[in-house]
Design a protein around this ligand. Sequence first.
Ligand code: 5AD
Ligand code: SF4
Length: 427
Amino acid sequence: MCYAIPGQIVKIKDRLAVVDYFGECRNVLRDFSDVKIGDFVYAQGGIIINKIPEGEAKEILEFWQDKFFELKKIDRRVSKIHQSKVSDNLLAILQKVNLNQKLADDDLLKLLNASAEQELKLVFETANNIRQKEHDNACCVHGIIEFSNYCQNNCWYCGIRKSQKIDRYRMSLDEIIKAAKSAVNKLGFKALVLQSGEDNWYTEDKLVRLVKEIKKLNVLIFLSIGERPKKTYKKLYEAGARANLLRFEISNKKIFQKLRPGADFDKRLELIEYTKKLGYILATGFLVGLPNETSDDIINNIKLTKSLKADMYSFGPLIPAAGTPLKNQKKVDKNLLLKIIAITRSLDRQAKILVTTALETLDKNAKRAGLLAGANSLMLNITPSNFRKKYIIYPGRPDMDKEINQSVKETINLLYSIGRAPTDVGI
Ligand code: 5AD
Ligand code: SF4
């Protein structure tokens, strides 16, 4: 989806183009397309992904013209801050947030510890208000294709870890390409995430072939394939992949090493940094609710994500999965996740913040709640349903049996109801 609104190029400066959307101008990278002033284009994640014929663009823009301004109006209304009864201390911190002043760790901890209903309401509203001011009503909606549930690792928290006895599948390259084509051509997705366990059956050559084929659909390609050699990430960038989703999982090295046997925290960070340097749009983040995790760890997780210069934050609650060493771990409170979204928005105003499916698993209204607490990105599962059912990283995932069409429709209705437009218009 990310039914990106077509924009018209009004200026070109080196690798950047200035694109006009109903009078609003945004800078985008001219990375792929050979474009000139006057052309109509789609942009995703700040990159031009496609040039479109003028006639087609004008038709789409005509549909969007009224909707564009109507949704903005709704969003402005919904994102107002209302008076709430909270302590002077919390008010002072939120005032700092409003003024974009530096927040001390102690301030962040106080936000994380907010618990009364009025406090939570004000923390979420403040973050949503910043989101509106910084990003307007744009919300990206990426499609995710989970193409293999094989994994060579044994992370303690994961339902598809190597030693888990589950029905494994691998989609063939043709099956993945078919799913991608359908997502782009039938459903209008402009950004696709290709996700799998760490599965070396998909060799570098296979992945390059896959990326090259999917790239022909003029879509932003996100990789989410775990730790691969740097050289592979380089080759995949050259093949046309432009974004990388790779969480560091937890900034506390001790917990990391215990829960990810054989993995090396520093190596993982180095890889994340390397892909960012290569030019990938970086989505990274962490899990919340791991054993022995403290509030300080959570704050450090947010700060580490920021220091990695993440373009998109991806964090979610641990959902205990049967058969894993963490099967009895305590359920995470959804408000904790919403507070983390709000704190992240306060610390990193420019970033995209995802509402993850794991959060939706905790609470069926989480998509809406997350978007109203500062988030501005979603991912929809578009894996063909026979495979989707087997990608059980954790149980109870939403929309397992739902037709993709239906999920798309429901998501659009939700976005419209709070004045968000499923667009992604530049950096
Ligand atoms: N609950 C929630 N998220 C999980 N992940 C793995 N196992 C679980 C679980 N039980 C997340 C990890 C990984 C992503 C693909 O899924 O953070 O990076
Ligand atoms: Fe594999 Fe990722 Fe699950 Fe770890 S979290 S076992 S790397 S799929």
